[in-house]
Design a protein around this ligand. Sequence first.
Ligand SMILES: C[S@@+](CC[C@H](N)C(=O)[O-])C[C@H]1O[C@@H](n2cnc3c(N)ncnc32)[C@H](O)[C@@H]1O
Length: 318
Amino acid sequence: MQKYLDKIICGDCIEVLGEIGEPFADLIFADPPFNIGYKYDKYDDNQKKENYIAWTKEWMSVCRKVLKPHGSFYIAIGDDYAANVRVIADELGLVMRNWIIWHYTFGQQTNDKFARSHTHIFYFVNDRSNFTFNDYAVRVPSDRQLLYNDKRANPAGKMPDDVWNTYSRVCGTFKERTGWHPCQMPESLLKRIISASSNPGDCVLDPFSGSGTTAAAAYQLSRHYIGIEISEQYVENSTRRLDELKNKKNDGQKSALNEIEEFKRLSIDMGKPLNEITENKNLIKIFANQFAVRMKNEKKYSEQDILMLSSKCRNFRD
Ligand SMILES: C[S@@+](CC[C@H](N)C(=O)[O-])C[C@H]1O[C@@H](n2cnc3c(N)ncnc32)[C@H](O)[C@@H]1O
């Protein structure tokens, strides 16, 4: 088991996880091919419906076997098979906590029907009363705070809704874009899931690692990761992605990284660019308060602190 830790393993996830066969994952994030004809390096994304459903059941079962008793299991899936995933999860005894819609606003254009602009993300747990959920790490300012200046607003902010619309798809022009994988997920989305449903030092598994987004997000949040990917080419490229991150982290940035990381994450989760926040005194105040909540209220942040962190953040951006 130890030999797989903090690596992207090349192989078929059903075989690799079948070999391990014992619970080790605190959190699993699975983003399988959706059977919609995407062009992958190795996998054929045009399977007969019944074969795809049988295969889904197989990989979900092996994932369930390696999930720790208190573990969480998130699955991203398209419209065509979301209902099947829900039914299989029931059969496996998984408990659904949320059926999240990721609304990514930048869908493929269509002429004869409405453009698809969402993905389903299921959030399951093994045990309905024993699981990790760090609400402080994902709370965001509420409309009462941001729009209505309402004194009744909870100063700790609110939980994000189950429709997520602050994470864009990774477009061709984004710095984050690797360029060699057809459906890279945004790191910010993975960071919300990882921050909420695991703790530093926990082990995060991605059985369909692709461009290595889950591993990259887990590493930046000080979690261990295991990625499994069937394409040698994707394994090679994503291992390089992780190596580059590790070199950066060793390059004098380590101590500041946690605060910077959380700072960036909060501005993305609020759907507001940093300059919009720093140009508005009221927003700075709300941001400072929410940031303190995310940092477990270990200290208070002044307007000056926020402005300083924001300029550091711009320097750390790449
Ligand atoms: C939708 S993509 C995942 C993208 C990933 N979330 C990211 O952000 O880059 C699915 C990936 O699963 C891989 N794959 C397909 N079948 C697999 C299997 N049996 N075991 C491991 N990986 C597999 C494909 O090569 C593809 O890279």
